[in-house]
Design a protein around this ligand. Structure first.
Ligand SMILES: Nc1ncnc2c1ncn2[C@@H]1O[C@H](COP(=O)(O)OP(=O)(O)O)[C@@H](O)[C@H]1O
Ligand SMILES: [Mg+2]
Length: 346
């Protein structure tokens, strides 16, 4: 993680002639928070997925080189909303910007196609959305079978190695049992296509596991990786390290009390056991601290940023409440446009 606060601060100080001191402080805090949110923290799950993906890619390339069009394997990434799945897959693919081409209008070939499953995720609806992403506009009265045949030949023409489908649990959402089977057999047939098999990366909420497990052949081909709910006793060191790295990047001091199990346990609960939300809270707390003109990141900043994000009274603030474990933070933690937040959580 690089440092960013120094330059940001200077710019605000010299460029803020028209602003009052308070306005300049807010502008600086927002700028720092926005930049902090762009930092990716490599978690152990990220490293695991990265290793698995690199292996799959190497296997696929070796098979192509040996002219063995064997059926492919893939990955299944599951975790709660806010755990960091979308960000993780993006980060894994970013590691390959020089050797993997993403789908683009400029070039015919695409090594990876990554898309969010549209809702409702009927076999036909998803097929049409995929064709559209591939630059094809087909009449809606075509059958799902024809649509998917066309997709397969497009994949072969473009030599697509991997297809990433995010929010893939939606395949189970609005479909009846027979449509769910249809989706699953379509996905399986993509991996088994004799013409050009494509490796699947499916990511989504834990109920995606049940869907994939409906077909043992599909399940066998997908290596499952779970983004486990955070546990202060297990993940404490990683969380402390994230806290440290964000503070270094923002060039702010941290009160020692934040490195204690007492605080980390509260932070984990406040994040609903999800690393992505935890990282956002740290960034927003740093912004809060800068806005308040404080010299050190303390529990106070987390109390304030949580209150701001959830709009909850003190009694429901997990950084204050005695019985914080009883608080249902998921209800309170709606994805808020936090300080300078330009992205929305899926
Ligand atoms: N490893 C990470 N490092 C930094 N920020 C992260 C990380 N993982 C997730 N986030 C942040 O958490 C938020 C939620 O992550 P996201 O990938 O959308 O979760 P999910 O797809 O599991 O719902 C994102 O806005 C992202 O900025
Ligand atoms: Mg997501």
């Amino acid at each position: 993680m690089g440092r960013l606060a120094g330059t940001a601060r200077r710019r605000v100080a010299s460029g803020g002639r028209e602003m009052t001191a308070a306005q300049a402080r807010v502008a600086e805090a927002v700028r720092v928070t926005t930049a902090l949110k762009g930092h990716f923290f490599p978690t152990p799950t990220f490293r695991e997925v990265q290793r698995e993906f690199d292996l799959l890619l190497a296997e696929r390339r070796a098979n192509i080189e040996a002219r063995r069009q064997r059926e492919t394997r893939g990955l299944l990434l599951v975790g709660a909303s806010g755990a960091g799945k979308t960000t993780l897959v993006e980060a894994v693919l970013r590691q390959h910007t020089t050797d993997l081409r993403m789908l683009s209008k400029e070039q015919e070939q695409a090594d990876v196609i990554s898309m969010k499953v549209p809702s409702p995720a009927t076999p036909k609806g998803v097929g049409l959305a995929m064709l559209e992403a591939l630059g094809y506009h087909l009449r809606r009265d075509r059958s799902a079978h024809i649509i998917w045949q066309l997709i397969k030949s497009q994949f072969a023409a473009r030599q697509v190695l991997f297809l990433h489908l995010d929010e893939a649990q939606d395949f189970g959402q609005h479909n009846n049992r027979s449509d769910q089977y249809a989706v699953i057999s379509t996905l399986k047939s993509l991996m088994q296509s004799p013409e050009w098999p494509v490796g699947l990366i499916l990511s989504g909420m834990p109920r995606l596991l049940d869907l994939v497990n409906m077909d043992t052949q599909l399940a066998r081909r997908l290596k499952p990786v779970e983004v486990h709910p955070l546990k202060a006793s297990v993940d404490g060191r990683m969380i402390v390290s994230a806290l440290r790295q964000y503070a270094v990047a923002a060039q702010v001091a941290v009160e020692d009390s934040l490195y204690t199990p007492r605080f980390v346990t509260r932070l984990v609960h406040a994040s609903d056991y999800c690393f992505g939300i935890l990282a956002e809270l740290i960034c927003e707390a740093i912004g809060q601290m800068l806005m308040a003109g404080e010299g050190e990141l303390s529990e106070k900043s987390f109390v304030a940023c949580y209150a701001r994000r959830s709009g909850c009274p003190e009694g429901l603030n997990p950084f204050i409440a005695e019985n914080f474990r009883a608080i249902n933070v998921r209800e309170l933690l709606q994805p808020a446009p936090g300080l300078g937040d330009i992205r929305r959580r899926a």
